[in-house]
Design a binder for this molecule. Structure first.
Ligand code: ADP
Ligand code: ZN
Length: 703
C-alpha cells in the first residue's frame, strides 16, 4: 500500500514527495482509523483523503460547506483523471439524478456533498453506496467555539454512527484546543489521532505598515501593484465604501481590478469571483466576505487595507496567497482608528470580552518590533527557535536609541497646548510651521515652537505613535483625537524616567535591504516563454470552461519555462504533471516550448542547466569545470543555484559539515547577509568562495 500511495502521488498528481504528515495520515486511514487533520490553508489537506480514495475500491464521501470550493476541487480531480462529482443545492434535478446514478453504479471514487444534502439523503440512496471513507472538511464548522458554526454540521454524528466501521477524517485549518475536543465529540470520532502540521508558510513574506495616511497608503498600494503587474492579488478592506474607493483608484491607474462586498447581488459577486479565478481580472478589493470559497493557487499577494479583527482571520486571509508554494507577499496597513472602531463594534456584541482580547493581540502583532512570524506562530502554539528572515522586522531590525529628549519635546508641546490638540498640530508646532492654524492658536509663542525642526514630519508622527504605544500619551478618539499625557508620560516629562525609541524605517531603505534575500527564491525562468505558456493555459481554460490554475498552476508553468521539457519523460518530471495531464495537454505545451527553443539562441539555455546535465551524467565538479572551460567556483555557484531552485543535487557531497557550520556562524554574525566577501574574510580566507556558496545554499534552504 505504501508504495502504491507514493506511486499515485506521482502518476496521478505529478508530485515527487509527500509533504510532512500526509503519508502518515494516509497510512492510518488505510488501516481504517479515524484522524483529525489540522493544517494551514494550502498545506495540502485534500491529498490526505484523495490518495486513500484512490487506493480503495469503494467511494469516499467528502463533506464540505463551501459550494464553490466543491466545484473547484472536483474540477481539479477530474483534470487529473479521477472520477469525482459533487451534490449540492447548485445543481439541477437532472444533474442530481445523473450523479446518483453514477454513484450507485460504482463509477465514482469521490463524492462531495454539502452537509444539508448529506443529511437529506443519508437514509436513502447514500446508504446503498459502498462507502470506504468519510472526510469532513472545514470541520471547525461543527463547533460552537469556532468562528463559523453551521448547525447542519451537528447532525453529522448520526451519519458517523450509522457507519461504525468506516474511517472518518476531520480536516480544518483553524481550531484551538477547546474547539478540537468539541469537534471530535460532535463528529463522534473514535480514538482519532491528531495530526498538526506546521502552520509556518515560509513562502509568505510578512510586512506591516502602521499609521500611514490615506493618500500615502493609496500611493503605496499603487506602486506595489504596479510592481506586481499581471499577478493576482487581493486587497481586504473594512468597509464596502473603501473597497469601491480603492478599486476606483487602481482602475484609474490602469489596473485590472474589481471590488467585491456583501452589498452586491449574488450574480454580481459570482461574476467577480469567476473573473478573478479565471485570471480575467487580476485584483480584487474586497471585504472579508471574499475568498472563503476559492482555491486559487496563484494568488501572489494579499494586502490588508485595515487592521483585521483577529489573528485567526488575518492568518487565514494572508494564507490565500501562495498556495502553490511560490514566494508571495503580504502587507498589512493599520491605524489606531481601525482599532477603536472594532472595539466599538465589539462592545455589546456576543463574546465581547473575548473579541476585544483577540483584537488586542492583533494590535500587538501589528506594533511588534520583533520577528513577526515568531509572534504569529506562537499565537497558534508553535514556537520558532530562530527569527524567520522573511518579515519586515527581520529585514530591518529596529535600532533602539535613547528617546527621552524627543519624548520630552513632544510631551511638553502637548502640555503647553493644554492637551487639546491632535497629532498634526503638535508636529506643526514642534517643527515651527508657519500656517494659519498655528497662528490662530497663538502657538508660535510657545517655548516648544520649532524645537523639533530637525526631525521630519513623518518621523515625528512615528515617534508620537511609539509614545502612545508605550503608554506615555493617550489619543482621545472621543475628543477629535486630542493628545493627553498619561501618568507615565508626566514622569518622563519631569525627567524621572527614560525611554527608548526606534528609528522609523523609510520605504526606500526597505527596498534596498530586502534584495539579497532573492537568493533563496527561484532560478532562471524564461519570462517570455512563461507568458506564452500562460496564454496557452488561458485559452485552454476558456475552451474547457475551467479555471486556468486547474490546468497547471503557476509553479508548474515556471518550471516548464526554466527546464524546457520537450519529451514526455521530461514533461512528466515537472511538479504537478501527472499522467492524465501529460496526455491531455503535454503535446500542446511542449509544442510552444519547442518553438521557443528553436527561435531562442542556443546560449539562451541556462548555463546552470548545462552544468546540471553534466552532473546527472555523473561528472565531478572538476570534470565539469574542465569540460566547460569554467572555474570550479563557477561550477559550485551553478550547483548552489540549482539546489536552491529545487533540483536534485547532493551538495553535501562537496562540502564538509564542519565547513558548513563555520559558514553558518559567520553568516549569522554578519547579520545574515548572503554576500561572499565578508564571509570569506571573516573565515580568514580559509574557506573557498565555492564552498561558501555551497554552504549558504544548504543553510538557506534548510530553514
Ligand atoms: P488545503 O486544502 O490544505 O488548503 P490543498 O489540499 O488545496 O490545501 O493543497 C494546496 C496545494 O498543494 C494544491 O495545489 C495541492 O495540489 C498541492 N499539494 C498537495 N500535496 C502536495 C505534495 N505532496 N507535493 C506538492 N504539492 C502538493
Ligand atoms: Zn521574521
Amino acid at each position: 500500500m505504501k508504495k502504491k500511495s507514493k506511486q499515485l502521488l506521482k502518476t496521478v498528481f505529478g508530485y515527487d514527495e509527500f509533504r510532512p504528515l500526509q503519508e502518515e495520515i494516509i497510512n492510518r486511514t488505510l488501516e481504517g482509523k479515524d484522524s483529525f487533520v489540522l493544517m494551514p490553508t494550502g498545506g495540502g489537506k485534500s491529498m490526505c483523503f484523495q490518495i486513500p480514495a484512490l487506493c480503495m475500491d469503494g467511494i469516499t464521501i467528502v463533506v464540505s460547506p463551501l459550494i464553490s470550493l466543491m466545484k473547484d476541487q472536483v474540477q481539479a480531480l477530474k483534470s487529473n483523471g479521477i472520477k469525482a462529482d459533487f451534490f449540492n443545492s447548485s445543481i439541477s434535478p437532472e444533474e442530481e439524478n445523473a450523479v446518483i446514478d453514477r454513484a450507485m453504479k460504482g463509477e465514482l471514487q469521490l463524492l462531495y456533498l454539502s452537509p444539508e444534502k448529506l443529511i437529506s439523503v443519508s437514509n436513502t440512496w447514500l446508504r446503498e453506496l459502498n462507502i470506504k471513507l468519510v472526510a469532513v472538511d472545514e470541520a471547525h464548522c461543527v463547533s460552537m467555539w469556532g468562528h463559523d458554526f453551521r448547525p447542519e454540521y451537528t447532525q453529522l454524528k448520526n451519519f458517523r454512527n450509522s457507519l461504525p466501521q468506516v474511517p472518518f477524517m476531520a480536516l480544518t485549518a483553524t481550531a484551538d484546543k477547546s474547539a478540537r475536543k468539541d469537534i471530535e465529540a460532535q463528529l463522534g470520532l473514535k480514538k482519532s489521532k491528531l495530526f498538526i502540521s506546521s502552520f509556518d508558510r515560509k513562502n509568505l513574506s510578512i510586512e506591516v505598515r502602521g499609521q500611514v495616511p490615506k493618500k500615502k497608503k493609496l500611493e503605496e498600494i499603487g506602486r506595489f501593484v504596479s510592481r506586481k503587474k499581471n499577478e493576482s492579488g487581493i486587497i481586504y478592506c473594512l468597509s464596502r465604501k473603501n473597497t469601491e474607493e480603492v478599486a476606483d483608484y487602481l482602475k484609474a491607474d490602469g489596473h485590472s481590478v474589481e471590488f467585491y462586498h456583501a452589498g452586491m447581488n449574488p450574480e454580481e459577486r459570482e461574476k467577480v469571483q469567476t473573473d478573478f479565478i479565471n485570471d480575467d481580472s487580476k485584483i480584487i478589493v474586497a471585504t472579508i466576505a471574499f475568498g472563503m470559497g476559492i482555491d486559487k493557487s496563484n494568488v501572489r499577494w494579499v494586502i490588508h487595507y485595515n487592521l483585521p479583527k483577529n489573528l485567526e482571520g488575518y492568518y487565514q486571509e494572508i494564507g490565500r496567497a501562495g498556495r502553490d508554494g511560490l514566494p508571495s507577499e503580504t502587507r498589512l496597513y493599520y491605524n489606531m482608528r481601525d482599532f477603536v472602531l472594532y472595539s466599538q463594534f465589539a462592545d455589546g456584541g456576543a463574546n465581547s470580552a473575548m473579541q476585544k482580547e483577540k483584537l488586542n493581540r492583533m494590535l500587538q502583532f501589528a506594533e511588534a518590533k520583533s520577528c513577526r512570524r515568531k509572534i504569529l506562530l506562537s499565537y497558534f502554539g508553535e514556537h520558532l527557535t530562530e527569527d524567520c528572515g522573511n518579515c519586515d522586522v527581520c529585514d530591518n531590525p529596529p535600532k533602539d536609541f535613547d528617546g527621552t529628549v524627543i519624548a520630552q519635546k513632544a510631551l511638553s508641546g502637548i502640555a503647553r497646548m493644554g492637551e487639546k490638540e491632535g497629532i498634526t498640530m503638535l508636529i506643526n508646532v514642534l517643527r515651527g510651521s508657519n500656517n494659519a492654524e498655528v497662528h490662530a492658536g497663538n502657538y508660535f509663542q510657545l517655548k516648544t515652537y520649532g524645537v523639533g525642526k530637525d526631525v521630519s514630519f513623518f518621523d515625528w508622527r512615528d515617534y508620537i505613535i511609539q509614545l502612545a504605544n508605550q503608554g506615555l500619551i493617550e489619543i482621545m478618539y472621543s475628543e477629535s483625537s486630542a493628545l493627553k499625557i498619561s501618568p507615565i508620560g508626566w514622569k518622563v516629562l519631569k525627567g524621572e524616567k527614560e525611554i527608548k525609541l526606534t528609528r522609523p524605517v523609510t520605504f526606500e531603505e526597505k527596498k534596498k535591504k530586502t534584495k539579497p534575500v532573492k537568493l533563496v527564491t527561484e532560478g532562471e525562468v524564461n519570462e517570455g516563454l512563461f507568458s506564452e505558456l500562460k496564454k496557452l493555459r488561458y485559452s485552454i481554460s476558456r475552451e474547457e470552461n475551467v479555471p486556468a490554475y486547474i490546468i497547471f498552476n503557476d509553479k508548474a508553468l515556471r518550471q516548464m519555462a526554466s527546464e524546457l521539457p520537450v519529451t514526455e519523460n521530461e514533461f512528466l518530471a515537472i511538479s504537478g504533471v501527472g499522467m492524465n495531464k501529460m496526455q491531455e495537454y503535454g503535446e500542446e505545451f511542449m509544442e510552444v516550448i519547442r518553438k521557443y527553443k528553436s527561435v531562442a539562441k542556443p546560449k539562451k539555455i541556462p548555463t546552470t542547466l548545462t552544468t546540471f546535465h553534466h552532473y546527472k551524467e555523473g561528472l565531478s565538479p572538476k570534470e565539469i569545470a574542465e569540460k566547460r572551460e569554467l572555474s570550479i567556483t563557477t561550477i559550485y555557484s551553478h550547483f548552489s543555484q540549482l539546489y536552491t531552485e529545487g533540483k536534485k543535487i547532493d551538495l553535501k557531497k562537496f562540502v564538509e559539515k564542519k565547513v558548513v557550520d563555520e559558514v553558518r556562524v559567520a553568516f549569522n554574525e554578519l547579520n545574515r547577509e548572503p554576500t561572499m566577501k565578508p564571509i570569506y574574510e571573516r573565515l580568514e580566507e580559509k574557506v573557498s568562495y565555492g564552498e561558501i556558496r555551497l554552504s549558504l545554499a544548504l543553510i538557506l534552504k534548510s530553514e
